[in-house]
Design a protein around this ligand. Structure first.
Ligand code: ATP
Ligand code: MG
Length: 572
C-alpha cells in the first residue's frame, strides 16, 4: 500500500488553501473543518475529492483497518465496483434495494449497478471456488469505493453517495463456526477503533435490507450523530434505538373516574395547538397515525409525546414497505374523515396500540370530526381494552429491556456494522460445500463493513476545539509541523529548520515543513486548523539561545527546549 513516510512534504507544494470562515452549506463541525482545512473538496452532491492532507488521513484509517484484518487472518481481494443485474436478480435485491441502487446500462443495453455492497459478488466467488468444508472457514475483504444514491447526502463524507468502505465476508460450514468468525471480527473492529483513538460503543442493531440474524453496530459517540443509542451500563445493554424494545408496565393503571366527553377544539390539527387550547401536556393525548397498508391504511396509536419506531412498525402484517404515512387524500378516502382529527373511536380501520397507551389514566384523542376531540376517554371502556404492542422509540428513563436498570440515550455515528447473514445469500445463489459425509450444505456467511471515509469525519466530530482539528496521533496526517519564522530573511533559521526536517524525515517521522513566505500568525492558525499533533517553531531568537519551541496540539502548552530534547520528545 501507499508509502507515506520518508517523502518530502513542503507546505507550498500541497496546493492547499485553508478557509477562515465557515462554509455556509456545512451544518456539522467535521464537515466545516474538513472544508476549511482543505481535506476535501466537493464535486457535486455527495461526491468529494480527497485532497493531499485528507487523503493521508484516509490512508491511515485504511491501513489500520487493513493491518487488523490481516492480523485476524482475513485475505484481501478486490472485486469489481460495477456488477451485473443478473446477480442481483438471483438474490432478489434488484427490486428490493430500491432507489439507493445506482443502475447503469452498457452499450448493449444490459443492466448493471454500481456496487453499494458486495454480498452477491462474493457469493458468486464462493460458489465457484469453494467445494469442500476443508477449505473453511475463510474471510475475504476488500477496501473499495461504494456508491449509494442516498436520498439526502449530507455532512460531507459522513453521508456521501460515493464513499470508501472496507467490506469483509466470511464463509463457514455451520453456525458455530460462523459465531466464532463473527466474534473474531467483533474483536478486530474494537482493536482497530481503539488504535484510531476513538471513543466508541458496540450496540445491537437491525439487519436492514442486508438480511440475516444477529447484527451489531460500532458507533463513535458524538452529539451530531444521526443514530440514537439506548444503553444501560448497569446491565451492559446497548442497542440502536431502532431496535430497543419498550416494555409493558407491570403496575396496574388507576383509571380516571371521568366519562368521555366531546369537546369543540377548533384549529387543533397538531398536538401542540391542541395542548395549548386544552392546557394539557402532549403525554395526556394520543396520536393516531395512518400508515399505508397493502389494501387500506393501518392505524397506529401512540401517546402524544412518543415517537413511532419505523423498524417496529415495519413488522406489522399488511403494512406497505418502506413505512410511509397515508396522505390527506387517502385518509379522507378510506375513513371519510378529516386529517388532523382522526382518533381510534369508530375509526373503521385496523388499529395497533402501543403499550404506553394502555397505561394512561385517561386520554385525549381525535373525535373523527373536524374541530372536535374527545377528552377523558378511557382505554378499557372507550377503546375496548385492546391488546397492545411495542411501537415506540425507547426514551431516557425507560426501564432497560432486561428489567433492572434504566436507559440512557446517546447519539452515535455508525462507523462499522457486523452481521451474521446465515444462509440467505448462499441459498439464493446456491453456494454450497460438501461436509465430511459428502452431503452438500449451503455456506453459512457473515458480513462486516467499516465506513473508512466516514471515520475521518467521525474522528473530527470527537476531536476538535475552536481553532480546528485535534487528530488522534495514529491517524494524524503528519506527526510534526515545522514552522520556521521568516525563513526567507534568516539563513540561520533556514539551516536549523531544514536540518531538523531532514533528521526527522530520516527517522521515519512524518513531518510537514511550512516553507511558505507568509506571516507567522497565518502559519500558526493553519497548523492549529489542520490539527497536527506537534508544532515546532524555529525563530532567529530561539536559535541564538539554542532553543526551539515545542507545542502540543492537545495541551496547547509551549515549551522552549534544546534540539536534543525536542527530538527526544518527538521520537518517544
Ligand atoms: P447508514 O445506516 O448510516 O445508512 P448502513 O447501515 O446502510 O449505514 P452498512 O450497509 O452497514 O451501512 O455499511 C457499512 C458501513 O459503511 C456503515 O457502518 C457506515 O460506516 C458506512 N456507510 C454507509 N453508508 C454510507 C454513506 N452514505 N457515506 C459514508 N459512509 C457510509
Ligand atoms: Mg449499517
Amino acid at each position: 500500500y501507499i508509502q507515506i513516510k520518508k517523502i518530502n512534504m513542503f507546505y507550498s507544494k500541497l496546493g492547499l488553501t485553508t478557509i477562515k470562515e465557515n462554509p455556509s452549506d456545512a451544518e456539522i463541525i467535521s464537515h466545516q473543518l474538513m472544508l476549511r482545512a482543505g481535506l476535501i473538496r466537493k464535486l457535486s452532491a455527495g461526491l468529494y475529492t480527497w485532497m493531499p492532507i485528507g487523503l493521508r488521513v484516509l490512508r491511515k484509517v485504511e491501513n489500520i483497518v487493513r493491518e487488523e484484518m490481516n492480523n485476524a487472518g482475513a485475505q484481501e481481494i478486490l472485486m469489481p465496483a460495477v456488477q451485473p443485474s443478473s446477480l442481483w436478480e438471483e438474490s432478489g435485491r434488484w427490486n428490493e434495494y430500491g432507489s439507493l441502487l445506482l443502475r447503469i446500462k452498457d452499450r448493449h443495453n444490459r443492466d448493471y449497478c454500481f456496487g453499494p455492497t458486495h454480498e452477491e459478488v462474493i457469493t458468486d466467488i464462493a460458489r465457484k471456488e469453494l467445494r469442500s468444508h476443508k477449505q473453511l472457514p475463510l474471510n475475504f475483504y476488500q477496501i473499495q469505493t461504494k456508491f449509494r444514491d442516498e436520498i439526502r447526502p449530507r455532512f460531507g463524507v459522513m453521508r456521501a453517495r460515493e464513499f470508501l468502505m472496507k467490506d469483509a465476508y466470511s464463509f463457514h460450514l455451520d453456525q458455530d463456526s460462523l459465531e466464532q468468525g463473527y466474534n473474531l471480527m467483533h474483536k478486530t473492529y474494537s482493536k482497530a477503533f481503539e488504535r484510531m483513538g476513538l471513543e466508541f460503543r458496540v450496540v445491537d442493531a437491525d439487519s436492514g435490507e442486508i438480511g440475516g440474524n444477529r447484527s451489531q453496530e460500532f458507533h463513535v459517540i458524538a452529539d451530531s450523530g444521526e443514530d440514537a443509542i439506548a444503553y444501560c451500563d448497569e446491565e451492559n445493554y446497548a442497542a440502536n434505538i431502532e431496535l430497543t424494545p419498550t416494555l409493558k408496565s407491570q403496575t396496574k393503571t388507576i383509571k380516571s373516574k371521568q366519562r368521555k366527553e366531546k369537546k369543540h377544539t377548533p384549529n387543533t390539527k397538531d398536538i401542540a395547538s391542541l395542548c395549548k387550547l386544552l392546557k394539557v401536556e402532549p403525554k395526556d393525548t394520543v396520536k393516531t397515525l395512518l400508515l399505508k397498508g397493502e389494501k387500506k391504511p393501518i392505524a397506529v396509536v401512540l401517546r402524544g409525546d412518543h415517537q413511532l419506531n419505523i423498524i417496529k412498525a415495519a413488522k406489522i402484517s399488511g403494512i406497505s414497505l418502506p413505512v410511509t404515512m397515508a396522505d390527506e387524500k387517502e385518509i379522507k378516502k378510506s375513513t371519510g374523515y378529516d386529517f388532523g382529527y382522526i382518533g381510534p373511536i369508530d375509526l373503521g380501520l385496523k388499529i395497533y396500540y402501543d403499550h404506553a397507551v394502555s397505561e394512561m389514566p385517561s386520554l385525549i384523542c381525535g373525535a373523527n370530526e373536524k374541530d372536535y376531540h374527545f377528552v377523558d376517554a378511557n382505554f378499557s371502556d372507550d377503546l375496548g381494552n385492546p391488546d397492545t404492542i411495542d411501537l415506540r422509540n425507547a426514551e431516557v428513563g425507560d426501564p432497560s429491556p432486561n428489567g433492572k436498570g434504566k436507559l440512557s440515550i446517546a447519539r452515535g455515528i455508525e462507523v462499522g456494522h457486523i452481521f451474521q447473514l446465515g444462509t440467505k445469500y448462499s441459498q439464493a445463489l446456491k453456494a454450497s460445500v460438501q461436509d465430511d459425509s459428502g452431503k452438500d450444505v449451503p455456506l453459512s456467511m457473515g458480513c462486516y463493513g467499516i465506513g473508512i471515509s466516514r471515520i475521518v469525519a467521525a474522528a473530527i466530530e470527537q476531536n476538535h476545539d475552536e481553532s480546528g482539528i485535534i487528530w488522534p496521533e495514529n491517524i494524524a496526517p503528519f506527526k510534526v509541523i515545522i514552522i520556521p519564522i521568516n525563513m526567507h530573511k534568516s539563513k540561520k533559521v533556514e539551516t536549523a529548520a531544514s536540518d531538523l526536517y531532514e533528521f526527522l524525515k530520516n527517522q521515519n517521522i512524518e513531518v510537514l515543513f511550512d516553507d511558505r513566505k507568509i506571516r507567522p500568525g497565518i502559519q500558526f492558525a493553519d497548523a492549529e486548523l489542520i490539527g497536527i499533533p506537534i508544532r515546532i517553531v524555529i525563530s532567529e531568537k530561539g536559535i541564538t539561545n539554542n532553543q526551539i519551541e515545542f507545542r502540543s496540539r492537545i495541551s496547547q502548552d509551549s515549551e522552549m527546549l534544546s534540539r536534543e530534547e525536542v527530538i527526544k520528545r518527538i521520537i518517544s
